[in-house]
Design a protein. Structure first.
Length: 148
């Protein structure tokens, strides 16, 4: 876990993309010194466990445990690429612990689970990123946005 900013509960949970690590968020923390920022190494990245499975569900369970271990204050989840998809999943799974999600270069949950783009198999097998294995935006129309 990479932790930046003042002591106390993290107000921002930052999630990196495939082949990344939590320390990549250090520069952002310098721009927001008044906020505690937690930036874990996702499963199979950095200093985290490299043991399979590297599934979306395993990552969400690990992130939920991280949230359970901190004060009741909701966090803003910031995610890049694969981390953006996890941010959306975490917000859906833990709405009382996630105040909001800010994503960059994100993928939709549908794209993350679509075998045609290699991500589902990648995370079920615990493989690495490579040509055809990155959850890049899928061709075709985006799903409709609904409110409520």
């Amino acid at each position: 876990m990479h932790r930046y900013g003042p002591s106390g509960p993290a107000r921002i949970l930052a999630l990196h993309g495939l082949t990344g690590h939590g320390q990549r968020w250090q520069q952002l923390s310098g721009l927001l010194p008044e906020f505690g920022l937690a930036a874990p190494d996702l499963i199979g990245h950095g200093r985290s466990s490299w043991a399979a499975p590297w599934t979306i569900d395993a990552n969400i369970a690990a992130l939920a445990a991280l949230l359970d271990g901190q004060a009741d204050t909701p966090v803003l989840v910031v995610g890049h690429s694969f981390g953006a998809g996890l941010a959306m999943q975490l917000a859906a799974a833990r709405p009382n612990q996630v105040a909001g999600a800010e994503t960059s270069a994100g993928v939709t949950v549908r794209e993350m689970l679509n075998d045609d783009h290699g991500c589902r198999g990648l995370h079920q097998r615990g493989g690495g990123a490579g040509p055809g294995n990155h959850p890049a935006a899928a061709p075709g129309p985006a799903p409709p946005v609904t409110s409520g």
